[in-house]
Design a protein. Structure first.
Length: 262
């Protein structure tokens, strides 16, 4: 990888020097040699061009060595930093959990969750993340922890990590708990909406609605996401259903006005 980078630097440097030489060439063409003997004209131009090439090559050599040394030092610094960071991460999160009996494991998990309840999502993000990862080390199929970790990432605008955590929770959950499955789809809807991925967000809330078609909260968001995506048919259907299950919803009139303007 380092050899490729150095080769690219060399090629770029040669191109730059070539550009400088080409730029300077017109000055030679316009050189006044009208009064010079014809037999000396060619030699004079040759000497001038040769002299310019030597000077430009000398500058190129100095500049190339300077750039080469600079990038070499930067690559070394970056490589050392990366290795240190990986080592730090491995020490921070990669320690294998000690085998515990079920009772001891449950007590430790409760203690970690109690500790997390006292931490703030923003100010204590790294501490909360570390605690959730500890629980996952103890129970790799702990769905609630993956959901909590996903929501923690969401709160801190780490959208890709949040998607991965919540999607993994869905995979672990399977078809075992429909209500929980719908809730995760709802969380993913809010995540995709916040990240500007409105089409995917609409698909997520449709999944939640399919599981729980009478949930006012899901219907509310389904109407909103349908309007954002200009899906008038789905929006009207969602508003009509929402009016049935929650007629006092204060957004109904606003939703209808927005749909009429589509």
């Amino acid at each position: 990888m380092l050899n490729i980078i150095l080769l690219i630097i060399l090629i770029i440097s040669v191109i730059i020097v070539a550009g400088i030489i080409i730029k300077k060439m017109p000055a030679l063409v316009t050189l006044d040699v009208v009064n010079m003997p014809a037999e000396k004209e060619a030699r004079f131009k040759e000497r001038i061009i040769s002299s310019r090439l030597e000077r430009n090559f000398s500058k190129f050599k100095v500049n190339f060595l300077t750039v080469f040394n600079f990038f070499g030092k930067q690559l070394t610094i970056f490589s050392n930093w990366l290795q240190a960071r990986l080592h730090e991460t491995k020490n921070k999160y990669g320690q294998p959990a000690k085998p515990l009996d079920p009772e001891a494991k449950e007590l430790e998990i409760k203690g970690i969750l109690t500790s997390n309840d006292e931490l703030n999502d923003w100010d204590d993000f790294e501490a909360k993340e570390k605690n959730y990862i500890k629980i996952i080390e103890l129970e790799p199929r702990n769905i609630e922890t993956f959901v909590a970790l996903g929501n923690l990432y969401f709160s801190n605008k780490k959208y890709e990590e949040a998607k991965q955590s919540l999607t993994h929770a869905l995979k672990l959950l399977g078809e075992t708990d429909a209500n929980k499955q719908a809730e995760i789809y709802y969380d993913l809807t809010l995540l995709y909406k916040e990240n500007g991925e409105n089409e995917t967000g609409l698909e997520m809330i449709k999944m939640a609605f399919k599981i729980m078609p009478n949930n006012p909260r899901y219907l509310d968001v389904l109407a909103e996401m349908s309007i954002i995506n200009k899906d008038k048919i789905t929006a009207l259907s969602a508003i009509e259903k929402l009016a049935e299950v929650n007629p006092e919803n204060g957004k109904l009139s606003s939703f209808r006005e927005q749909v009429n303007s589509l």
